[in-house]
Design a protein around this ligand. Structure first.
Ligand SMILES: NC(=O)c1ccc[n+]([C@@H]2O[C@H](COP(=O)([O-])OP(=O)(O)OC[C@H]3O[C@@H](n4cnc5c(N)ncnc54)[C@H](OP(=O)(O)O)[C@@H]3O)[C@@H](O)[C@H]2O)c1
Length: 276
């Protein structure tokens, strides 16, 4: 049984924590307001930005997973969540003499700035196209250059229960897409399962892409969803929109070759589950 801290324990973190606890591990969920964390995740009220509450970190931790999110804020929020918060966490753990076997950080495929529809695996250059993605990339470097063996999992767009952004866009008539522009996603349950898999993987690599098996043009996904929901097909947008979204096909080959099997290999599987 391992002692595991999930720092920034929100949607992915809670799903992961429940899975790890069901596997017999002791799990602490750290966030500013942990009141909603379900048992048996042990709640820990702390703020990684200010440092308040970090005195209560448990001793003897074996693993740390950082699933903190910037909450949609701008550059300052990204810097705080993805750069300053992990630095503070490491500083606290080091001062307490923690001997952490492995840390895992959930980053984003937005660190790949490719916009030419090319396939990107973990060997592709990660040259972010926006200042916020650049801060995520810096966060990755904090982990990979930090005091403990680290894995970075670059997640594609999350969807699943409660994460209905595309559906909401269709329902409100705001959905638009540019023909030929690719999109990538992973079901939130698979994202949490991938974290658990990597946390205990023997001889892991430092970087993994967390996407499903089927990158798909966004127009294809929206058209299919609109058909299922009986809504009008989305408007077609301009190339400028495509530039803002990026345009790449994220390969999950490395994650699959490590032995991970997706429950929802493509958007149809995941959305059918959600819509039912
Ligand atoms: N959404 C996507 O499509 C997507 C795509 C790629 C990657 N990701 C990454 O996936 C990860 C998990 O995402 P998620 O949807 O599970 O995020 P989430 O539900 O928003 O959870 C993040 C948690 O971090 C906590 N937090 C924020 N600031 C904090 C602070 N200063 N100190 C302590 N805790 C703090 C928040 O709780 P409190 O407010 O209670 O503190 C929140 O519950 C994130 O790293 C995100 O960047 C997301």
């Amino acid at each position: 049984m391992a002692r595991i801290l999930i720092a920034g324990c929100g949607d992915v973190g809670t799903r992961l924590g429940l899975q790890l606890a069901a596997d017999g591990h002791a799990v602490w969920g750290l966030r500013r307001d942990p009141a909603s964390l379900p048992a048996p995740i042990r709640p820990l009220a702390a703020d990684l930005a200010s440092g308040s509450g970090l005195d209560a970190l448990p001793d003897g931790l074996d693993h740390v997973v950082c699933t903190i999110a910037a909450g949609g804020g701008g550059e300052a929020a990204y810097r705080q969540a993805y750069v300053e918060a992990p630095l503070r966490l490491f500083d606290t753990l080091e001062r307490r003499g923690a001997r952490i076997e492995r840390v895992l950080f959930t980053s984003s495929t937005s660190v790949y700035g490719q916009d030419d529809g090319s396939e990107v695996d973990e060997t592709a250059p990660a040259e972010p196209a926006s200042p916020t993605a650049a801060l995520l990339r810096r966060g990755e470097q904090v982990f990979l250059g930090g005091p403990y063996p680290a894995i970075v999992l670059r997640l594609a767009g999350l969807y699943g229960p409660g994460r209905t952004w595309l559906i909401d866009q269709l329902r409100t008539g705001r959905a638009r897409c540019t023909p030929g522009v690719w999109s990538n996603r992973i079901h939130v349950l698979d994202a949490a399962r991938a974290c658990a898999h990597l946390l205990f993987l023997r001889e892991p690599q430092a970087l993994y892409n967390g996407a499903d098996d089927h990158p798909a043009p966004l127009c294809e996904v929206l058209d299919w969803l609109a058909g299922r929901l009986g809504l009008p097909a989305p408007a077609r947008g301009t190339a400028a929109d495509a530039m803002l979204r990026g345009n790449k096909r994220v390969s999950n080959r490395r994650l699959r070759r490590s032995g991970f099997q997706l429950r929802h290999p493509g958007y149809r599987d995941g959305y059918v589950d959600m819509l039912e």
